[in-house]
Design a protein. Sequence first.
Length: 132
Amino acid sequence: MAAVKRNTWQREAVRAALLAGEGFVSAQRLHATLHATGSPIGLATVYRALADLAVVGEADSLQSPEGENLYRACDSSGHHHHLICRVCGTTVEIAAHDVESWAQSIALEHGFTDAHHVVDVFGLCRQCSAST
């Protein structure tokens, strides 16, 4: 289990900015948002705070199709997956029981234990599909 880190004003500022935002955001964009409000917080500190929030389950983290790490305030506890619109960023949290069963089954088949996985599905939401 990860060590509990003390809450600092910087971590609280990052947490508040995530809660105020909508959808997933990069560390750079969150840093720019914080600076626009006058915060002196550094980019490296934003990266560390986001990583820490993801470890303790207070932030969702995923990798965009372009390979960039993105974060958002976590809406639910426990393991879950996401459907993410590539155009507008609309995100829906989903349970994927078939994926869970498959991941455990394939791990056992190959002699792996304590298997973990990340599944995020990118596509176009209904509204963006209709406008293309």
